[in-house]
Write a protein that binds this ligand. Structure first.
Ligand code: ZN
Length: 411
């Protein structure tokens, strides 16, 4: 199968992509069709590797307003709303919502999702449902599951055993939530436990790390030090790290050396964190997003996630990652021309590093033929015009298609 006339990742020249047996066989300008080969003209549109959601909570998605709306929008009222919704959690409920959410993502060019799943539940209901769905949806969406201890590992009854059970059930990654543990000592011990568990079972790590405005929240240095010492390196990700926003610069300068040595990844969640952080501030009010610009300048890998989709903590979300990038660039003051042009990397190639996809990802001969087509010629225009994803191709098969809306101006 031959896909013709694409601007691949902002290239200035058009190129064609040949797909054979679900993989890219050749990528070059003006490939001649072989006898009997199916040809699809992409019409001079932008082709990117598929979008990747590197941080979301599918187990809570699509529950906003059920049974009550979060009226203040705070994290704490969100927790209250969720405790009322949690009673209804069942295998069927989780399956139905996750399937709907995955279809929203697919319509918007997402083909890989890392979801955190709350394991502070003695029955592990959501974890079981997500593990089933990970297998069932494998051909259309690759789902990575993080065992996420929402209420802590040492601060929740039987927390360590629930984490071990989740890993034995088949979680792909181990999580932690050091800033939520009862004490600083628990915080450090929870990280030691989580990273050692991951090392023992050869799992990835993704920690909800310092998602708080408290500048004294310093889980990040422990995550980075253990990633280095245990040799886990880029298998480890620190999500949120919003406290880093509030650290003093002298401390950050010292910390940055360790972060680079550790090679860990970062995930920022600009929508949810601008919404939830800075709630105790009067004015000036903190932006609440980690130091994306500075981390990127140091060569440290950062991706962006949506975090919550229409749930008690974030009342918006339609499966599109466009607004995540758009708000992220604004809040992080990364609106230079090159910053904007390359910003798709926060939800594609950078996220692929976070998910440790290695050579399963990217537009290159021999790799799986996964790509998306946007209604623009480059990502600057795609972002600015909110261009739809016209086509999402997975292993050579089109799994979602969108017709662009047409507007008629009558003056
Ligand atoms: Zn999260």
């Amino acid at each position: 199968m031959l896909f013709r006339n694409a601007y691949i990742e902002n290239a200035k020249e058009l190129a064609d992509l040949r797909v054979e047996n679900g993989r890219f066989a050749a990528i070059a300008p003006s490939l001649a069709p072989q006898p009997g080969e199916e040809v699809i003209d992409l019409g001079g549109k932008l082709v990117l590797p598929p979008f990747i959601e590197s941080h979301v909570h599918l187990d809570t998605c699509l529950t906003a307003g059920d049974p009550v709306w979060n009226m203040s929008g705070t994290l704490f009222e969100g927790i209250e709303c969720w405790s009322k919704r949690k009673d209804k959690l069942s295998r069927q409920d989780v399956r139905e919502r996750v399937q709907r959410c995955v279809r929203l993502y697919a319509a918007n060019g997402v083909q890989f999702i890392r979801t955190h799943v709350d394991v502070t539940d003695p029955k592990l209901t959501a974890m079981r449902a997500l593990i089933e769905l990970r297998e069932e949806l494998r051909d259309v969406m690759e789902i990575q599951i993080v065992a996420f201890p929402q209420e802590g590992i040492l601060s929740y009854p039987n927390g360590k055993q629930l984490m071990i059970d989740a890993v034995n059930m088949g979680a792909d990654a181990v999580g932690a939530i050091p800033h939520f543990e009862f004490t600083r000592e628990y915080s450090v011990e929870s990280l030691n436990f989580a990273l050692e568990l991951a090392a023992k079972h050869d799992k990835l790590v993704d920690v909800h790390c310092d998602e708080i405005d408290d500048e004294a929240s310093r889980g990040l240095e422990t995550v980075a030090a253990r990633a280095l010492e245990l040799g886990l390196y880029d298998k480890v990700t620190a999500s949120h790290t919003t406290a880093m926003h509030s650290y003093n610069n002298a401390y950050v300068l010292r910390l940055m050396r360790l972060l680079k040595m550790s090679r860990i990844n970062f995930v920022a969640n600009p929508l949810v964190n601008t919404h939830l952080q800075g709630r105790m501030d009067t004015y000036p009010k903190r932006r609440g997003v980690t130091r994306v610009k500075e981390l990127t300048a140091e060569g440290i890998n950062v991706s962006f996630g949506h975090d919550d989709i229409f749930d008690p903590w974030y009342p918006m979300g339609n499966g599109s990652l466009r607004d995540v990038v758009f708000v992220g660039l604004n809040v992080c003051q990364m609106m230079g021309y090159e910053d904007i042009m390359n910003s798709y990397r926060f939800i594609s190639t950078n996220a692929a590093k976070t998910l440790h996809l290695c050579d399963r990802y990217g537009i290159a001969a021999g790799r799986p033929a996964n790509f998306i087509v946007l209604d623009a010629q480059n990502y600057y225009d795609a972002l600015n015009k909110n261009a739809p994803v016209l086509r999402s191709v997975r292993a050579g098969r089109t799994i979602a298609e969108t017709k662009p809306a047409q507007t008629e101006i009558r003056f």
